[in-house]
Ligand binder design. Structure first.
Ligand code: CO8
Length: 260
């Protein structure tokens, strides 16, 4: 299997293991990710998982994108179906109720960057290089890049990156908000754990509602967004975690959230 899933200490680890092709995403790998996601969703429901870390095998690459050799000679309807599948898999990652992080320690191009864009966070080491080079192949992104990138870094910067197909180095990626944080070189999974840990002490319900308010709000008007915030904020008061959080504050102790 080119996609390895392990679950330990409340964290799911999705590892792309196809280093000979720089972890390029074949359609089989997309299906494997989909199967792993079903497993992760179940583990979230049974409260065994509170965070997801995605890494790629080898020193060189997180993921070099869709498998270009597979994309050639296909019919229009096959390409359309391929894009639908890729978008569906990445939407599934974006919709997880838990925080997720892609650890970019080398290349993240095309579908590889789109995979990272579907995560809640992206961290990168100084060696990371990323971009959406589809334009150089005579193509445009098909797994969410033209939609998620401008929402993350703004239309102007996204247009530059997509229309030039240029490589964005780690420093620039952090400066423009494409990656959440630059981190020292290290074992990718460990880097992911170190990054996610501070978020995981919070209750999943509040984390999910905050993410929903942000992601739904940025896609609408300010007044509509404020209504979404009002509703979700009111809802957050109804949870037992909210009772525990406020009680713990008054009692001057650490809150223990149980995601209910
Ligand atoms: N697909 C297939 N194989 C790949 C890919 C890829 N995306 N990237 C690298 N490889 C393979 C190479 O062919 C090579 O294989 P081999 O050793 O058998 O020749 C091996 O990985 C190592 O690659 P390089 O020797 O090229 O390594 P370098 O360090 O010299 O270069 C690069 C690394 C810069 C990453 C270079 O490999 C490269 O430019 N790769 C392609 C990057 C790219 O264009 N990605 C975007 C692909 S398109 C896409 O993601 C979305 C399309 C829209 C989908 C729509 C759905 C239908």
């Amino acid at each position: 299997m080119a996609v390895e899933l392990s679950i330990q200490e409340g964290l799911a680890h999705l590892h792309l293991n196809r280093p000979k092709a720089l972890n390029a995403l074949s359609f089989e790998i997309l299906q494997e990710i989909n199967t792993a996601l079903a497993n992760i969703e179940q583990s979230i429901e049974s409260r065994h998982v509170r965070g997801l870390i995605i890494t790629g095998e080898g020193e060189k690459s997180f993921c070099a994108g869709a498998d270009i050799t597979e994309l050639m000679g296909r019919t229009l309807s096959q390409q359309h179906e391929g894009a639908r599948i890729g978008q569906e898999v990445f939407n599934r990652i974006a919709a997880l109720r838990i925080p997720s992080v892609a650890v970019i320690h080398g290349y993240a191009f095309g579908g590889g960057l789109e995979l990272a864009l579907s995560c809640t966070f992206r961290i990168a080491t100084a060696r990371a290089k990323m971009g959406l080079p589809e334009i150089k192949l005579g193509l445009i992104p098909g797994y969410g890049g033209t939609q998620r990138l401008p929402r993350l870094i703004g239309e102007g910067r996204a247009t530059d990156i997509i229309l030039s197909g240029r490589t964005v180095e780690a420093n620039e990626a952090e400066r423009i908000g494409l990656v959440t944080r630059l981190v020292e070189d290290g074992q990718p999974y460990t880097l992911g754990v170190e990054f996610l840990t501070p978020y995981l002490k919070h209750g999943l319900l509040a984390l999910d509602m905050a993410r929903q308010a942000i992601s739904r709000g940025v896609q609408t008007t300010l007044s509509e967004g404020l209504k979404i915030e009002r509703d979700l904020s009111t809802l957050s008061f109804q949870t037992k975690d909210a009772h525990e959080g406020m009680t713990a504050f008054v009692e001057k102790r650490q809150a223990v959230f149980k995601d209910h």
